[in-house]
Design a protein around this ligand. Structure first.
Ligand code: ATP
Length: 224
């Protein structure tokens, strides 16, 4: 059973004229797969990710997550699914500078409200250790370098042990050295934890290192 399945997704934008930006997009992501999505600028990658992440509900077609049909479900229910099942990594880290590194990693866990603070602190420290950031736990987020911030952002995405990690250009704002470090951590997550991941990237080396690449062109999947 796929972790995520998209069936015939169509998406239209209406400004200024009606334009179809996703055309019958269908694919699945199996448990433990590390999948990249590539394609030229404007082909619809971010639009697709926004739908797959349950944030955009204005589309036609069907989306299944963890065996459950989630298209047409109410927004508050989708928000619960998102918090419990998806970890997000963006091009920009969106850490809260006024909080410590540890607190930043804890926040999605506290929001979900399933585990105690002690348990979450323990988990957060384990995640930070995986990213070699444990010695920075009590620093404020704005005291870190760009590469360090992105590693903390990925640790934060893992705090609730998500079914699926989704990323939009997670190495897009990093130099080559930091981009390589982050990529190797993604590979380790795939190998050591069998973490299921779906990552939009412009970086051909990143895409090459994933298990499978979905290529898009003009709103369609042309290879998967
Ligand atoms: N809110 C919107 N209203 C109208 N058109 C939009 C809107 N958002 C995106 N588009 C259009 O939809 C198409 C797909 O955009 P999208 O951002 O998904 O592409 P992308 O492949 O992620 O591009 P990039 O690689 O540059 O991030 C583009 O033609 C874009 O101009």
């Amino acid at each position: 059973m796929p972790v995520l399945e998209a069936k015939n997704i169509d998406k239209f934008f209406y400004n200024p004229t009606k334009t179809q930006v996703l055309k019958k997009v269908s694919f699945g992501v199996e448990k433990g797969e590390f999948v990249s999505i590539v394609g030229k600028s404007g082909c619809g990658k971010s639009t697709l990710l926004y739908i797959l992440s349950t944030m955009d509900t204005d589309y036609q077609g069907e989306m299944h997550m963890d065996g459950e049909m989630i298209s047409g479900k109410p927004k508050n229910y989708l928000a619960q699914i998102r918090n419990a099942k998806i970890g997000f990594v963006f091009q920009f880290h969106y850490l809260l500078n006024e909080f410590s590194v540890l607190e930043n990693v804890l926040i999605p866990g506290l929001k979900l409200g399933i585990h105690s603070r002690d348990e979450l602190e323990h988990r957060a420290m384990e995640k930070l250790k995986f990213f070699d950031m444990q010695d920075h736990a009590l620093k404020r987020a704005n005291q870190l370098s760009g590469g360090q911030k992105q590693r903390v952002a990925i640790a934060r995405a893992l705090i609730n042990d998500p079914l699926l990690i989704m990323g939009d250009e997670p190495t897009g704002n990093l130099d080559k050295k930091n981009s390589d470090i982050v990529f190797h951590k993604f590979r380790e997550m795939a190998q050591q934890f069998k973490q299921t991941m779906l990552i939009v990237t412009h970086d051909p080396e990143f895409a090459e290192g994933t298990d499978r690449t979905i290529e898009m062109e003009d709103g369609r999947v042309i290879r998967q």
